[in-house]
Design a protein around this ligand. Structure first.
Ligand code: SF4
Ligand code: SF4
Length: 64
């Protein structure tokens, strides 16, 4: 279970990185990426993936 960031849509604003309860988001080659091995889809910390909630770009973060 994990989400992923669509590279072509990410504006590299960085808003998602500090919101991740598992520190699974980091910058890489000019965009931000999710480490799938540690992403929990925010369970049980939040009711929905926090990164999806804060990202302003439609469909930029999707279920992997
Ligand atoms: S909030 Fe969205 S656009 Fe901003 S860095 Fe994260 S994935 Fe990219
Ligand atoms: S879904 Fe939650 S745990 Fe996974 S990358 Fe987004 S904020 Fe982090």
């Amino acid at each position: 279970m994990a989400v992923k960031i669509v590279e072509d849509l990410c504006t590299s604003c960085g808003d998602c990185e500090p919101e991740c309860p598992t520190a699974s988001i980091s910058p890489k080659r000019g965009v931000f990426v999710v480490k799938e091995s540690t992403c929990t889809e925010c369970e049980p910390d939040y009711d929905s993936p926090k990164c999806m909630d804060v990202c302003d770009v439609d469909d930029c973060i999707v279920y992997a």
